[in-house]
Structure formats: C-alpha cells, structure tokens
Design a protein around this ligand. Structure first.
Ligand SMILES: Nc1ncnc2c1ncn2[C@@H]1O[C@H](COP(=O)(O)OP(=O)(O)OP(=O)(O)O)[C@@H](O)[C@H]1O
Ligand SMILES: [Mg+2]
Length: 354
C-alpha cells in the first residue's frame, strides 16, 4: 500500500473515530453495514434510535498536480494520493464528476467486487474506512450484507465475502456476513417474528429471501437492478447512463402513462425488471424442496433504491397477480426507508449476535 494512502486512511479513520466518540457516550456498539453496488450505508445505535450514514460507492482518478490537490482540499473533497494520481472517492465523486463532466468508476458491479476494476479494493477500503471507525472494543460485531449468488457467480461471491471479512477483521471487528434479503426481513418484519419475504432492488441486482422465524429457506439473486435500467434506457434514448440515472432519481412516476420517449423506455425496462423478479420468486417457490408449513399468509417487503419510485409496488403487485404460488401472500408493502433497510437489518442482526 502506498505510504500516502496509508497516512490518509489513518487520518480518515481517526476523524471517523472522533465523530463517533462525540455520538456515543460509552461502551461497545455493534455495526450494520450495507455494502451495495451503488451505495454503502453504515448504521449504528444512537440512544434508542438507529443512525445511518451513506457514501456513494464510486471514484474518479485524476492526474496529480499540486494545484488540483489544493483545489480538492479547499472544496473538502475526499481523496487520497497514489503515485501520480489523486483518487477522489465516495459521495464527493458525484460533485466532482458534475464539476468536470467526468464519468465515475465503481469498485463493485452486479453486487460484487468488480473483477475488471484494478482499483476496486483500495477504493472500497477508503470508503469503508471513512464510514466505519475502528471499534472501541476489540472483536466488536460488524454485520455486513452480501448478495445471494447469481447463477455462475458462486465463486466470485466467496471471494467478495472473504475479502470484506478479512478487511473488517484487520480493523478489529468480528465480521458476520448477512444475506441482503434477510437483512430486509430483520429490519422490516420484526413484528412478524422475522417471517416473510424480503426483497431489495438495488443498483447492481435484486435480492429475494424467504425466511421463517429468521431462518432463510430461499435466497435468490436476480441479475438486473437500477444500473441495468440506466444503461438500457440510455442506449435507446441515446444518453449516457449517468444522465439517465440522475433524471430517474429526480423522481419518476410509474403509476401514470408515460408521456415521452424517456418515460416509455423507463417503463419498459422497469416492467422487464419486475417481471424477472416475480418470475425468479415464483420459480424458486415452486422448485423449493421444502417450504416450512405456515397457516398464516406471508408479508412481502420491497426495499432498495430501485423500489422507490411511485407506482413500483403496484407494478410488482400486478406482475404477481395471476401467478399460482405455493404460498399465500399477505400484504405487500414498501420498506419504511428503502435506502437504509439493509443496513438497519444488518445492525439488528449484529445486535442479536451479541
Ligand atoms: N428516487 C429514486 N428513484 C429511482 N431510482 C432510484 C432512486 N434513488 C435511488 N435509485 C436507484 O437505486 C439504485 C441504488 O439502490 P441501492 O442503494 O438500494 O443499491 P445498492 O444496495 O447499492 O446495490 P445492490 O444492492 O444492487 O448491490 C440505483 O440504481 C439508483 O439509481
Ligand atoms: Mg443493496
């Protein structure tokens, strides 16, 4: 590891530690972490509440010059220096990309560390160090989300999980991996004895988990998420995926008729994504060797950034209707905060580990 980066990480870790010191009066505090393709969200307990902090999982390297470094410093932009480059990372990446009309890069793709990105782990480490201070108590529990394996990506998932585990261990934590769909169940279905279906529609993929009394019996991954929508829409309206994403996040409404080419394309790919999601769920349910018996219908909770637009739940309900499922579905609802549900659930899982 380059010396400059080490120094920088050390400084950032110290600052994060000081911030948390201000927040927590005393004692140990477990940590929940959603390591997502688009965003990393950390959550911890603050008095009786749960506090979340997020960073964009993105970066932009620029050539080093004293001048650029000064500008970054003056604008409070998070970066580290590595050899002849300055690597801007986290949420500041977006601000920088807008300023200089540059394309951001991502340490992760499709829910996992991106094997085509040489800087994946160093950047991820910088972002994680920014969000996760060293534990006060050695061996503190840190639960981090991992996706379900997409078909053919089982070995890549093992690598992803082991790499993260090693990093958190090095920071002094006792890391526990938790499936993303199960995290949603932990955060949203406590009142239902952690029984039901948790779905997270993220940037890189969708995760679906069915659990009875917190024990998962189905965990599947669907290889389409917000990134797929952005690039597919971008290709047909001739726009950069980033531009599509920004427009999409400004607020789309899936409950009304599309009124231009952009909205029509958004609807087409959203419908396709939801169809794949429901298809995957129906197939997994019908081929499951054993489904624990329950006389009560199962609730479904939808979460993740891709589930946020108005009308998403209706789209999902419509796609589910008419399918013969071997289970009875109770209510379908959106998570209270779709962007932090996974991190909150991971924290609850961490607290139960104690
Ligand atoms: N208001 C919004 N409307 C539509 N899409 C949104 C909105 N806010 C965020 N998104 C999209 O949600 C996705 C990110 O969601 P999320 O943060 O849940 O993903 P992630 O956990 O980082 O990824 P993954 O779980 O796939 O690894 C992105 O594609 C983003 O564009
Ligand atoms: Mg996610």
């Amino acid at each position: 590891m380059a010396e400059e980066r080490k120094d920088h990480l050390w400084k950032v870790a110290q600052e994060a530690e000081e911030r948390i010191d201000d927040l927590m009066k005393t004692g140990a505090s477990p940590m929940g972490l959603d390591v997502g393709t688009a965003k990393i969200v950390a959550s911890r307990r603050k008095a009786k509440d749960i506090e979340c902090a997020a960073q964009l999982n993105a970066f932009i390297p620029v050539p080093y010059s004293k001048f650029t470094e000064t500008i970054l410093g003056q604008n409070d932009i998070a970066y580290y220096r590595e050899g002849g480059e300055l690597v801007i990372y986290g949420t500041d990446t977006e601000r920088f990309a807008n300023m200089f009309n540059a394309e951001a890069r991502r340490p992760m793709a499709d829910g996992l560390l991106n094997p085509r990105e040489t800087r994946a782990m160093p950047v991820l480490e910088a972002i994680l160090t920014n969000l996760v201070p060293k534990p006060k108590v050695q061996g503190e529990i840190l639960a981090f989300s991992v996706p379900a394996a997409l078909p053919g990506r089982e070995a890549a998932l093992t690598y992803h999980e082991a790499t993260l585990r090693g990093f958190f261990q090095g920071q002094g934590y006792k890391p526990v991996a938790i499936n993303e769909g199960l995290s949603v169940i932990f955060s949203e279905l406590e009142d239902n004895n952690f029984t039901g279906i948790g779905i997270s529609c993220g940037g890189g993929m969708c995760n679906v988990t069915l659990a009875f009394l917190s024990i998962p019996s189905i965990m599947i991954g669907i290889g389409k998420g917000g990134d797929y929508i952005d690039s597919a829409v971008g290709a047909v309206v001739n726009e950069h995926a980033t531009r599509v994403r920004i427009q999409k996040e400004e607020g789309i409404d899936l409950s009304r008729q599309p009124k231009d080419k952009f909205e029509r394309a958004i609807r087409i790919y959203y419908e396709e994504l939801v169809e794949s999601l429901v298809d995957g769920l129906a197939k997994a349910l019908s081929t499951a060797e054993t489904l624990p018996r329950t006389d009560r219908p199962l609730p479904i909770v939808l979460s993740g950034g891709t589930a946020k637009p108005k009308g998403f739940k209706d789209l999902f309900e419509k796609a589910l209707k008419g399918r013969a499922l071997p289970i009875e579905v109770a209510e379908i609802r959106l998570a209270k905060d779709p962007l932090t549900a996974t991190a909150r659930g991971a924290l609850i899982a961490a607290m139960y580990e104690k």
